[in-house]
Ligand binder design. Sequence first.
Ligand code: BG6
Length: 511
Amino acid sequence: MDVSAVLSSPGDLASADPAPPCTLVIFGAAGDLTKRLLIPSIYNMRQAGLLQDGFQVIGVDRVARDDSAYRNDLTEAMQGFASSTGGEFDPGVLDGPDWGWVRDRLSYQVGDLGDAETYEALRRRISGSCVFYLAVAARFFGPVLTRLADGGLMQEAEGAFRRVVVEKPFGHDLASAKALNQLILDKMGESQVYRIDHFLGKETVQNIMALRFSNGIFEPLWNRNYIDHVQITAAETVGVERRGSFYEATGALRDMVPNHMFQLLAMTAMEPPNSFDADAVRTEKAKVLQAIKPLDAASVARDVVRGQYGAGRLGDRDVPGYREEPDVAADSTTETYVALRLMVDNFRWAGVPFYVRTGKRMTQRRTEIVVHFKQAPHALFRDTPVERLTPNAMVIHVQPSEGITLNISAKVPGPTLHLGRVAMDFRYADYFNTPANTGYETLLYDVMIGDATLFQRADNVEAGWQVVQPILDEVGAGHTTAQPYAAGSAGPAAADALLERDGRHWLALGA
Ligand code: BG6
């Protein structure tokens, strides 16, 4: 990771050199991911000066259409995207030179993903450096990777790279994740593979490392001697939308925990790496996940809560329950919420619980990490029992309002000594010009410059599945049930009990 481009003062945005010229081949040329995230990111990258002549996009899909129809289709998608960002993105810019530049570089290749002829046609069209982006359903990963390698498309000529980007899900359990990794490694080098976890494209997530390792004041406190426990929350207000059939087979645990939630946990708990080299960082992250105390049937029953949303009210509208959503079984047992109590068994974290929760249709959209510090050891204040002092907490707000809050106690003005709870607050928006960002710009740029720091290595992926596999086993054996919670609430009561048992509480959503 390039850490030389530091910001010297707020508002002074670091600028990066343009990525080397390459062809971006997108399998799944007209899918949701391409339209909502990849193409807008490419546009944003062009605007930020990160793309130069010699860059081109080839979209691959089964539907027959020519280049001009593809360009029109994506221009329309960009218009839709622009209006959905609520003014953040000006639709007028589509008439400007940057969209014109991107548009002129879009072309289309019709072809079936399982057909060798598709890859032969690509081979004839491409020369030099190339990124193959698999924006397709997971069942196509194996066939596409195999055809790319067997068709000679992954061979790197002198001075040119061939890289492949794989989106989650990386497998649906430990065995399938290992099989996918094995297939990848049989067909190409690990250094050619970029496993994307889009949470790592979020500025605030990247900032966890900056916060911890570039400020002398936090790291000395960042351990079992000063930290009581850590809470990691990813609460969403959306339901399963149009993804019912995908979600039925996936559930909140597979969808969010071994990937996004564990990335947040790893960033929070990892040891300082020797350097910001991709492998140094990824090694430390893998070590943390490998140190999580393995769960067994008894600890799954005790320390894991699954939930499923029922009908409820969100804001001023009534919303249906999960079982009433399209493509969801009327007797579905899939969880839409999960909470876990995990222990990281190493020197730094022995005895410090990490509580992790994520759910759909919750009262607030909020992703945050809350580091709860230990109680002050002694209360100097007459008639104030030490347990009445509120311990400090640091909240790292990942989204929607990115920033960091430190909750501390302060004297309430007046002749007597009363303590009040106050917050030291930093918000990104107050300090930095945050350019339009889908979260994919940094990740795409990193693939093009060959920086794998923010991508998962095979061992990171497998370490995540290793932790959740005992839960999947218990779910498969029918030993756990998803507890109901009302849409628009903070999750099932059992998740509150999980912390209350330890004398703790979740930080209220919206607090
Ligand atoms: C995706 C999950 O990976 O992450 C979705 O499949 C989830 O179910 C999404 O909604 C959350 O991402 P974000 O960036 O909206 O917090």
